[in-house]
Structure formats: structure tokens, C-alpha cells
Write a protein that binds this ligand. Sequence first.
Ligand SMILES: [Zn+2]
Length: 259
Amino acid sequence: VNCGQVRNLLHAYLDGELDLVRHLEIEQHLLDCGACAELHESNKTLRDSVRSEPLLFRAPPRLRERLQALPDEPAPRVPSSHGRRYPWPRLAALAAAILVLIGAVGILSPVLFRPPTAAADLLEREVLASHLRSLQVAHLTDVASSDRHTVRPWFTGKLDFSPNVKDLSREGFPLVGGRLDYLDNRAVAALVYQRRQHTINVFMWPVGPGVGEPANTQRQGYQLMHWVQSGMHCWAVSDLNPEELGQFVGLLQSDAANK
Ligand SMILES: [Zn+2]
């Protein structure tokens, strides 16, 4: 065997994974060849140091105190269908401790700390799901009216904001009505417009701290358009073609239309 072959097998040799003949060959080579023997020694040192170094990080004192301060007994029993009790506080504390340790090591940082895309993706799914649900469960509108002076006041008292309801019937997008919906962990206004046989849902809610980027996307054959206007998130969802939906969104965005 030559040096190159030996070096390819050094790790397997160190781990005792070679067959007897190979093992003896390498053993012999290491006796004869100083360079390979040196490499083998450094491999061995590295392995031993990895084995002996504590790879477990100590929790910061404050976290330890808080964990120790947790009651031993689980919270008062809540009747559940399973009839079993879980030590939730301890599990949660353990999970938190594990997350802290993982975070400290930083292994997962590229995965965990990418919320913008993940959150945007989740919100898009939510928006589309709300649109589809509104079509399926015969619950398209809570207030069925083509009159924005009926639809807009209907939201009063049901939301902590007042959606801007525009009349676009002359432009070929008649208002059908409105309803309450739930997106992004809050109650939102859903305005329903029509274009021929296509339904358009427009979701609106006030912009929060993490303002999403305007985006036009396609999911499962539906168009989703997101923009921010007058401090509101606006989403338009429909199976209408992108050109006409874009025209519709342009009308909603224009100040020229009625307010
Ligand atoms: Zn050698």
C-alpha cells in the first residue's frame, strides 16, 4: 500500500472499522512511514480531545434559577379527553432550555432566524385558505350589499378599525358584501367583489410592527396580491386572471375613486 491509500483509510483504521488484513497492512505502514504515523497521531489526538471536551453547555445561572423555581407539581389538573396529566411546565422549561442551548451553539441559527420568509409564506397560505373557505361554506358575506354605505358601517363595533370600502361597480367590479374573517392572529375585514363569475376577496387590517413586503404571487392557480395602503395591509385573492386583478387592485389603490 502507498501513502495515499493509507491516508484514505486512516480514519477507518482509527475507528477499528477495517478488516484484519487491511488493518495489519496499515499498522505495518505506520511503523515504516513517519509522515503517515504523524498524521495518524494527530487524528488520534483530535478524536480524544473531542471525546473528553464537554460538548454540553452550562445553562446561564438565571435560567437555572428559574427552572429550579418551577413548582414540582404540574398545574391543577385540567380535564382532558385523554385523562392523562403531563408535566407541562417542566416540559416547557426543558424545551426552553434545549432551545437556549441550541441557540448558543448556533447550529440552527440559519434555520430558526429566517422568520420573514416563513411568516410571509404562512400568511399567504392563510389568506388563500380564507378565500377558499369563503367560497366553500356558503359564508361568503356576513353583510350582503352592493352599497358601500351599508357595508362599511356594518364593520363598526366589530373591528377596531374601519376598512375603506370602494364602489367599483361602474368599473365592472361590483361589491357583493363584507364579512369578518380571521388572519394573522386578528380579526380582519373581508370585502367581497365580483368580476363576471369570479369572486375577489379583499382582506384588510391595520399594519403591525412587521410590515410585509408588497407581493404578487400565485398559489394553486389563485392570484394573491398584497400591498399596504393608508396604514392597512391589503390582500386581494381571486382566480381572476392577473391582468384584471391587477386592474382591480389599481382601482382600489387610486385616490381618484370614491372614498
Ligand atoms: Zn506513508
